[in-house]
Design a protein around this ligand. Sequence first.
Ligand code: ADP
Ligand code: MG
Length: 259
Amino acid sequence: MPALETTTDALTPEQRAERGETLRRTGVVIRTYDLWKTYIMGDQEIHAVSGVDIEIKRGEYVAIMGPSGSGKSTLMNLIGCLDTPTKGLYYLNGKLASEMEDDELAGIRNKEIGFVFQTFNLLARSSALHNVELPLIYAGVNSEERIERARQTLRSVDLEARMDHKPNELSGGQRQRVAIARALVNRPSILLADEPTGALDTNTGTEIMALFERLHGEGNTIVLVTHEADIAAHAHRVIHIRDGKVERDETVVKAQSRK
Ligand code: ADP
Ligand code: MG
């Protein structure tokens, strides 16, 4: 893969907007240019993300893999618009997210990104249906349509029959499927998952990975963050991160499935 261009300097606002338009038109959902996140700890600077250039296109299924402390979560928070970079440019769906203020960032996050976390992050006192409805409440969708869409999305992860159950009445794998339905219900541009199988046993983890494969087949763009090579191998491309930098970017060649 040819090295990506990293220039961020000396672009006029018009050139930046033009670049965003080109990215959007060519199906680039995520593009970072020399992205940095630096934390100051006392008199120390920690470069959690140090000069990352990545490009992810619509419909890709990408794993971001690296050892603990390599900067995966920090990068995911930047990509997910949960945090802003110290330096560099980040275009999400052609929009320059790295220049946005908090409220604008919250808006683009709700619209463009579905999050899946290791620990599910569901509301404990609410039913599966209500958990999946939540993003639609924030998006201002009316109650009737909300329930219909939440129900449909739960059906798409084979959980419609459990929609009245609360998280503690569901297995770990079922909870994660509720979280995946919640992430999908707004039809986001990307599904962003940070160690989604980290709290699950091996078999349940395999089931969740099979679900991601199916969702990818249905046209979803998936970015999966993991420290496990076995999990990363499910993706179709693996970006290896070390010390906050891209170490390697590889396309996974899938064996033809035999019938
Ligand atoms: P990973 O998810 O790959 O384990 P992280 O992105 O969590 O890695 O962390 C990358 C580096 O940045 C680590 O050295 C970590 O200690 C540091 N770091 C992460 N978040 C903060 C923070 N809020 N303040 C200071 N240092 C941080
Ligand atoms: Mg992490």
